[in-house]
Design a protein around this ligand. Structure first.
Ligand code: ADP
Length: 463
């Protein structure tokens, strides 16, 4: 059920219940008041008749009946019946025998002093008078024509008021609910209008204060993230396809040229070598892209184990040497590393080798002397790996951008590369809950500092 309807029905139910309870309580309290008042009148009437009959010697039953017939303050259809201690009627104005009194009723009056009952619309009060009245039982009965009429009218008025209020509540409720929920409908229609081509559209945040404004702000923040993610993905695809297309175009060009006429063996050989180089390049790009995709998604904890950073660095050193004989990489350990535990991290050895290998490779690649230095130290929580070179450096404006996929600094265009390495390093280090800092100065050199939490400080592995 729509919230709009739910709210409306709840509102109507609550208000209708309140009006109903109010009307019922008014009706019953008035009805009770009428009854009490009427029985009081019956009681005083009964007392008066008994007093006149017993206390005034000159008045006998016949005379009293005549007096009563002409009494202007009699109750409507008033009947008085008096019984003596032998249960014989000593006085009765009920000539038509409309009131039916049984001996049990008389005994009950004697027992309880006072009883109330109803017969054919008559309200009857039975009362016991003892002492100076010599144990008389008096039944006074009458019909409260005016009182009942008033109560009936009150009931009708309350019923009409109830239905009128119900309609007022229904329409005003509908109006207020629609007004209260209008901003939600507005947000919904604005969100519905947003699709890929207009992902930069934002929802109106209204007064900026209430819950609906907060909802609109939350939507806008989500749209902001979606837009950024979408733009990143778009530029990633564009860059990736560009990187893949370049070697393919070169390969196609080489092959087309070689096929134009007959060639010498030497020329065929040169073309094959060049094509092979480009294919290796393609292979390298696609491998790195695959790794980037892997490192971007959550890596299962089961693929993590305790890894010793010194062992990873020896591997890195060996592999760097394989890239080029000119590359020189020195690895040193600070004196603070006095325990194997200060070299242990929890992670994936292969990924760490790729990350640190990339940094070492860059250090050698972007410096004239093709040398880089690695220094390992620690703080209470992390193992710290510094990779320093005295190379071309990175300008301050470009420092933050070099971690974006495919970004290459302007001074590095003459060196071979694809701009994927550092973004991969960044992802891998983040996957290990670590961080990477960079300090660099153009033509002075660069230092990349990697912090990886020590295994002993990770909450899951304590003890
Ligand atoms: P690639 O080296 O393949 O271009 P990376 O992602 O490893 O890609 O590096 C991105 C860019 O960062 C490089 O193109 C280069 O401009 C800059 N860079 C990275 N490391 C260094 C370094 N040690 N010295 C100078 N520039 C660097």
């Amino acid at each position: 059920m729509e919230i709009r309807k739910k709210l409306l029905y709840q509102f109507i139910f609550i208000v209708a219940l309140i009006i109903f309870l109010f009307s019922v309580s008014v009706y019953f309290s008035f009805s009770k008041g009428r009854k009490e008042e009427f029985y009081d009148r019956l009681s005083s009437k009964a007392k008066m008749v008994v007093q006149m009959l017993i206390e005034i010697d000159e008045i006998d039953a016949e005379l009293l009946k005549r007096i009563e017939k002409n009494n202007p303050v009699s109750l409507p259809n008033e009947k008085i019946i008096i019984y003596n201690y032998l249960d014989s009627v000593v006085y009765s104005t009920d000539e038509g025998n409309l009131i039916y009194i049984t001996p049990e009723m008389i005994s009950e009056v004697r027992l309880k002093d006072d009883i109330r009952l109803k017969q054919n619309g008559y309200e009857i009060l039975g009362q016991f008078f003892s002492g100076q009245y010599d144990r008389y039982v008096v039944f006074a009965a009458a019909i409260d024509i005016y009182g009942l009429k008033k109560i009936k009218r009150l009931g009708i008025i309350l019923l009409i008021v109830f239905f009128i209020s119900f309609f007022i509540v229904f329409f005003s409720g509908k109006f207020f609910v629609a007004r209260a929920l209008a901003p939600i409908s507005r947000i919904m229609s604005q969100v519905n209008d947003i699709s890929l081509p207009n992902l930069n559209t934002r929802i109106d945040e209204g007064n900026g204060k209430d819950e609906l404004a907060q909802l609109a702000q939350t939507f806008n923040m989500l749209l902001e993230r979606l837009e950024t993610a979408f733009e990143t993905q778009k530029s990633f695809i564009t860059n990736a396809s560009h990187e893949l297309r370049t070697p393919l175009t070169v390969i196609t060009g080489h092959l087309e040229v070689i096929l134009m006429k007959a060639r010498t063996n030497e020329e065929y050989r040169n073309t094959i070598v060049s094509v092979l180089g480009n294919i290796k390049n393609l292979n390298d790009i696609s491998n790195r892209l695959l790794l980037l995709a892997q490192a971007s998604s959550e890596f299962p904890e089961t693929d993590f184990s305790i890894v010793r950073i010194d062992e990873v660095l020896w591997q890195v050193s060996k592999e760097t040497q394989k890239i080029s004989k000119d590359y020189k990489l020195t690895v040193g350990f600070s004196a603070s590393i006095d325990d194997d535990k200060k070299l242990e991290v929890r992670g994936n050895e292969q990924l760490l080798r790729i990350a640190l290998g990339n940094l070492a490779d860059n250090g050698c690649k972007y410096s004239c002397n093709h040398s880089a230095e690695i220094n390992v130290s620690n703080d209470p929580e992390n193992v710290i790996i510094e990779i320093t070179d005295k190379g071309i450096g990175i300008s301050e404006e470009e420092l933050a951008k070099v971690f974006q996929p495919f970004y290459r600094a302007s001074n590095s265009m003459s060196t071979k590369g694809h701009g994927i390495g550092l973004s991969l390093v960044d992802k891998i280090i983040k996957l290990h809950k670590g961080r990477i800092d960079v300090n660099s100065e153009i033509n002075v050199g660069s230092t990349f500092t990697v912090f990886i939490p020590l295994n002993s400080t990770l909450p899951l592995n304590r003890g």
